[in-house]
Write a protein that binds this ligand. Structure first.
Ligand code: GLY
Length: 261
């Protein structure tokens, strides 16, 4: 069975963490409608959705991806880089504990799941203000016995690695060259050097975050130029409105943890 773990939007989202964006008002009703449409897409693609309730004390709790990294073998419970987000791990760990052995990231390590991009047994991790060398080393140690190789990559100008790059196929990435270096990506391994690298449209810097659901890419409606690039490559895209949570510096992958059970 394929699962998607999600979490409802906190009524306190107006106090969310912001790193690269100016604070603007988030319309909570509109954000909830968009989030419901996102969850509907998960259902439509065969995911059994585990929807956790929001925490009024955790403004960013909808961005559930940041608090766990789940593989077929285990779940690493992160230690989010923003102290305001650390309480978010408790209900997510409780839920994932039914499915996987849990391994926590411990101080001085910090890790946000938004910095972790799994490509088969290759794991890329953004070295960012949210994820430090200690956290990456702990993730590597957790995954190495299961055959994963973990590689740190510098990210500049955006919040997370997956703001800058996500997978659009088994051997293809969508990325923003201003935020992640093409050569650095290619230097990870000969296999990664052979990946097709598709650039976002320069007018849509946030377009690199798409959610891959089997053979379909869920793409934000706000990025039509980049969607056109994907369609031109024969990729199947479905559009969702995600502009309200984008104001909270969150994107499509941030709102779910996908795993099999
Ligand atoms: N507002 C999302 C984050 O900063 O983690």
């Amino acid at each position: 069975m394929q699962f998607a773990l999600t979490r409802e939007i906190s009524p306190a989202i107006a106090r969310c963490e912001l790193t690269h964006l100016e604070r603007v008002a988030v319309d909570l009703h509109r954000a909830r409608d968009q989030h419901a449409a996102y969850i509907e897409r998960l259902h439509a693609h065969g995911r059994t959705v585990i929807a956790l309730p929001a925490d009024p004390e955790s403004p960013d709790c909808v961005f559930v991806e940041d608090v766990a990294v789940v593989t077929d073998e285990l779940a690493v419970i992160t230690r989010p880089g923003a102290p305001s987000r650390r309480d978010e791990i408790v209900p997510v760990a409780r839920a994932l504990g039914y499915f996987r052995p849990l391994i926590p990231i411990v101080p001085p390590g910090t890790l946000d799941g938004g910095d972790v991009l799994r490509l088969g047994r290759t794991v890329l991790v953004g070295l960012t203000p949210r994820s430090n060398e200690h956290g990456i080393a702990q993730l590597r140690a957790a995954l190495e016995p299961h055959g994963y190789s973990t590689h740190a990559l510098r990210v500049d100008g955006c919040l997370h690695l997956k703001t800058a790059v996500t997978a659009i196929g088994d051997h293809a990435l969508l990325y923003n060259p201003r935020w992640i270096d093409r050569e650095a990506l290619a230097s990870v391994s000969p296999a990664l050097a052979a990946f097709e690298l598709v650039e976002v449209d320069p007018e849509e810097p946030f377009a690199a975050n798409v959610l891959r659901l089997d053979d379909t890419l869920l793409v934000p409606a706000a990025h039509p130029r980049t969607r056109a690039r994907l369609l031109a490559r024969g990729l199947t895209c479905e559009t969702v409105a995600a502009d309200e949570l984008a104001k909270a510096e969150g994107a499509l992958t941030c709102c779910s943890i996908l795993f099999t059970g």
